[in-house]
Design a protein around this ligand. Structure first.
Ligand SMILES: [Zn+2]
Length: 258
């Protein structure tokens, strides 16, 4: 019995190491660890412990502008339209980094905001949602991660409700890697623009990465319109990675613009 237990522990350790060694593209979702404790969503590596796992993760514990949040009390603002110029079919590589399912995007797709150009690096998915709107969770939240030349980040977030099958999402879901650390090339590449709704009206606030190192100064742009995914698509995601959502953090002095 003891022997089997040790083997199980070694196997689990190997899986965790694979996940942590897997950088899984740029932006968030990469792997870090201290000693034997890897960050994750349960047990010793769960979100309430992230700030203690590594000095580099201190913002997870002490930051005052952390993500996700419950979005409420939005304030009217004259937000400029999002200027996205995404290449079609740029989502060719799919990764299971052990923390999320992520599609890495080909170079050359941009978001312009605040007079700054950000490049789309990847998009990935959480279930259930990380941000909540007026306390409401969604079965899936997509994060489109963009980085500017100076290193600053902008994330477009998109909520998915349960509904009809999402055909664009299905291009990725059809070849979702089941094991942490696995990656593959999609037979049919995904278009980031096709995943987003036509209407890109958004809420805006300042936040952080929702995974270690929880770096702040991230521009969060949450699309007001919801997308949809079928029950089967939601279950397929949950069957591979479940509950990869950091709990909401205090809004503190932040204002959520609408
Ligand atoms: Zn995310």
């Amino acid at each position: 019995m003891r022997k089997y237990l040790s083997i199980a522990v070694i196997l689990l350790g190997a899986i965790a190491l694979t996940a942590c060694n897997e950088k899984g593209g740029k932006g968030h979702g990469g792997g870090y660890h201290k000693g034997d404790v890897h960050w994750g969503y349960t047990g010793a590596g769960s979100p309430e412990h992230w700030g203690d796992l590594d000095p580099k993760y201190i913002a997870c514990k002490t930051g005052k502008n952390q993500s996700p949040i419950n979005m409420t009390g939005m304030v009217e603002a004259d937000l400029p339209p999002l200027e996205v110029a995404y290449q079609d079919n740029g989502g060719k590589e799919i990764v299971n980094n052990g923390h999320a399912i992520q599609v890495n995007y080909a170079p050359g797709s941009t978001l312009k905001i605040d007079g700054k150009t950000f490049e789309l690096l990847q998009f990935h998915f959480h279930n259930p949602s990380e941000n909540t709107i007026e306390g409401k969770f969604f079965p899936i939240e997509g994060h489109f991660v963009h980085k500017a030349e100076d290193g600053s980040l902008a994330v477009i977030a998109l909520m998915f409700e349960e509904g009809a099958e999402n055909q664009e999402l299905q291009k990725a879901w059809a070849e979702m890697p089941k094991e942490a650390g696995a990656k593959g090339q999609l037979t049919t590449a995904v278009s980031a623009r096709a995943l987003l709704p036509n209407d890109l009206d958004y809420y805006r606030f300042t936040g952080s990465l929702t995974t270690p190192p929880c770096s702040e100064g991230v521009r969060w742009l949450v699309i007001k319109a919801y997308s949809h995914a079928s029950k089967e698509q939601i279950q397929a995601f949950q069957g591979v990675i479940k509950d990869n959502n950091r709990p909401v953090l205090p809004v503190n002095a932040r204002v959520i613009l609408k």
